[in-house]
Design a protein around this ligand. Sequence first.
Ligand code: MN
Length: 264
Amino acid sequence: MNGRRKFVNAGATGIATALLGGCAAAAREPEAAQKTVFPVPRTVVPVQGSAELFPVRRIYCIGRNYAAHAREMGSDPTREPPFFFQKPTDAIQYVPAGTVADHPYPSLTKNYHYEAELVAVLGAGGRDIPVDKALDLVWGYAVGLDMTRRDLQRGMGDQKKPWEIGKSFDRSAPIGPVHRVASTGHFKEGAIWLKVNGATKQSADLRQMIWSVAEQISNLSAAFELMPGDIIYSGTPENVGPVVKGDVIEMHIDGLPNLSIKIT
Ligand code: MN
């Protein structure tokens, strides 16, 4: 109970973590009643309209999943199979609906980019999931931002080194509340847009995804065993771009509340 209260307070400042004496942690510990030497927060995201918290296990992200965005990143969308990267679970920054969360401009970059994305969250897992069964794994959806230190991402890519410093840093995954698929249905089409200081920057439709959420789940499950709590950032449309301190980002997907952050 106290853990939850701590979380709610922390949520206002933007970190969606809670100290839960949860079963997932216990399952990884020896059966004897041993305690860890200190508590480590688990990442959770509140479920809209309930007191429930969705526990985040892994964050997967697909790259270049809208053709016009793939082209603006310098690749040919017609010949590229899907590819994925991960962010660490504690990169989540929970942003309650109807609030504008402070989001610190990160270190090291001079070209900090937004990427507006639909996030699918999984309530079940498996391996080698066929596309026509894949949506059965989806528990809900959220809006999310795949924040990117573009200069570092590009620099590492140019050197054929891992992207992590550009993609997988602290607070690089702002997310809104989770909405149960039972109440929203699946998101196969609908407007997705992002504004900076009220000016539209990204504007597209979810149906323009190259690989649908179902296809992403199927592809991921061939490479990794998916588990409940895994979440998937499903890619961003074209016209990604930079923000600076003081900017306010607002993003929207039809059927979900908007997500807003202020770069501080
Ligand atoms: Mn992205």
